[in-house]
Design a protein around this ligand. Structure first.
Ligand code: COA
Length: 249
């Protein structure tokens, strides 16, 4: 089994992060696999919704910091749109079919910001959502500088990104970051049940509604603008020190 598992059944593509020993931290290869899976899902008329979940006790510890450090040179030499992470973010931003996520345990960085691109999200009651970008000397990504204030208000969004510790399930539900909180044992089934309801709806109605609610072109401009600054910030002494601190723990 690879680090990304995908399977299609009953109109649903189930995408599962499958690297539990590393808390499903995402490598460049995993971003490539996720992009390819979303492209396949988009092109396949039999797929009418995608469910994203993760193996093990944690949803996703964010970018794999070791893989990221190894690829840091690419951020300076490769055009932004060709980087695996940006190819994934583009696929996510322009994805026209409904996306449903089920999250549990630790959800860090992209493990949180990708939820803002999902149309429905369910959390296990043990979820801990955190956004460490500023602590790492970076800037928030994946359009979250737009999507997060839109979702939870500017004051809360800034405080969470700049000062905040991990957010629990109850608060995430209260703020509208997730639609429901369930026991961890019911997470995958609940996400599946929601997706099963969506596959009964008109695909064109869903695609239009997503586009009207999200304005992907405008969002993509924000994702790229964040990316350009993220790229600069990667060269900052604070970012280098934060990565070294994690790698030398
Ligand atoms: N990149 C690479 N490896 C990671 C990782 C990441 N983002 N997050 C966790 N891991 C690895 C750990 O190195 C460890 O590997 P090992 O067993 O081979 O030593 C394994 O996953 C388990 O993680 P560990 O840190 O021991 O678990 P924990 O429960 O003590 O802490 C976290 C969990 C998520 C709080 C902690 O791992 C963490 O802070 N990770 C980094 C999060 C981050 O900053 N992500 C980048 C966002 S851009």
């Amino acid at each position: 089994m690879g680090d990304i598992i995908s399977a299609v059944d009953g109109g649903i593509m189930r995408l599962r992060l499958n690297r539990p020993a590393k808390k499903n931290a995402i490598t460049r290869a995993m971003y490539e696999d996720l992009t390819a899976a979303l492209d396949r899902a988009g092109a396949d008329d039999n797929v009418r919704a995608v469910v994203i979940t993760a193996e093990g006790g944690d949803f996703c510890a964010g970018n794999d910091i070791l893989d990221f450090a190894q690829g840091v040179g690419d951020f300076q030499s490769v055009p932004l749109d060709d980087l695996p992470v940006f190819r994934f973010l583009r696929a996510l931003t322009f994805f026209e079919k409904p996306l449903v996520a089920g999250v549990q345990g630790q959800a860090v960085g992209i493990g949180v910001t990708l939820l803002l691109h999902c149309d429905l999200a369910v959390a296990a009651d043990d979820v801990r959502l955190s956004l460490p970008f500023l602590k790492l000397g970076l800037v928030p990504e994946a359009g979250s500088t737009l999507l997060l204030p839109q979702r939870i208000g500017h004051a809360r969004a800034f405080a969470w990104m700049a000062l905040g510790e991990a957010m629990g399930a109850e608060e995430a539900h209260r703020l509208g970051l997730v639609n429901a909180v369930v026991d961890g044992s019911a997470l995958s089934q609940t996400a599946d049940d929601l997706a099963s309801k969506l596959v009964r709806l008109s695909p064109s109605s869903l695609a239009h509604t997503k586009r009207l609610m999200r304005d992907p072109e405008a969002l993509w401009q924000v994702v790229r603008a964040e990316g350009e600054i993220f790229r600069q910030q990667l060269q900052s002494p604070e970012a280098a020190a934060a990565f070294m601190a994690f790698l030398n723990r």
